[in-house]
Ligand binder design. Sequence first.
Ligand code: MEV
Length: 332
Amino acid sequence: MTSTLPIRLPLDGEAASGSRNTQLPQFEGSAHAKAILFGEHAVVYGAPAIAVPIHELAAEARVDSAADGLRIESELFSGEAAAAPAKLQPIVTAIHAALAYSGAQNAAIRVQILSAIPHSRGLGSSAAVAAAVARAVTNWAGVQLTTAGLYDIVQQAERVAHGNPSGLDARAVTSDGAIRFDFGAVSPVRIGAPLSFVLADSGLAGSTAEAVGAVRVRREQNPQAMDRYMSHLAEIAEGAIEDLARGDRFAIGARMRDAHDMLQAIGVSSATLDGLVLAANEAGALGAKLTGGGLGGCIIALAHSADHAEQLGSALRDAGATRTWTATVPTA
Ligand code: MEV
């Protein structure tokens, strides 16, 4: 498999000699980012959610045999897994879970990780890295990884990262196409016309665990209003299924605007995210909303075309987005 990442990991032996060391085979795994189009947060309370793959951003893991121990090499930390900082515990969990799945608990391996997916931005970085690790480790072990096995490993890592994840991210980063997620069940979503999006980073980290916790507290304090918002988010996602199948961009955009208002009402937006949504709408987006846990992270805006998505990206950077990415979801 060739790397889809802008930066390439050095192949073993390459740094020293400039040529590939064919004595030490490396085993790879990758997974893509995701964006939640509809239903974040409400999904935790049983509402349907719709997520799309962002193939343009990927996480990659490489595994090879080591003399002893369990070594991790990544941008945030390189060293023995046992000494990894708290931030890396979801990855350590994924490695141990994948080794256990492979029946190789005590294996000595080196795991290299490189991800182009920014973390704490609602794009599924932690789930994608865990999925890439699961695929690379089981490849190294020569073990067939089932869909259920992959989901289970990613969920173990996600529990460490976010507390009590719905499972939406684990499914979204391992599904090739758009998905509908209902109480853990996944089904493909028909896309009647290609959809061009732009994702814009607020530059502020958003903690999913914190956002989910804040919604839980607000719901305990004000159950009637919160349940009304959640029901409306469920209706938006339900209705969007038809719009997506018809490829009706105007209707999808209108639902995105509506969904952002509801996410604002449940308290997971922020002044920065609202400002970016406004800027996207003023620049001619069909609709825009925060995506993922919120309280930071990214917004997603729907464009008329791929060129228009580039223009929206430029307008959003002018409005303060620290980074933007364009993505296309093809007809399916
Ligand atoms: C986070 O990407 C999505 C949330 O709905 C949390 C979850 O589904 O576990 C906010």
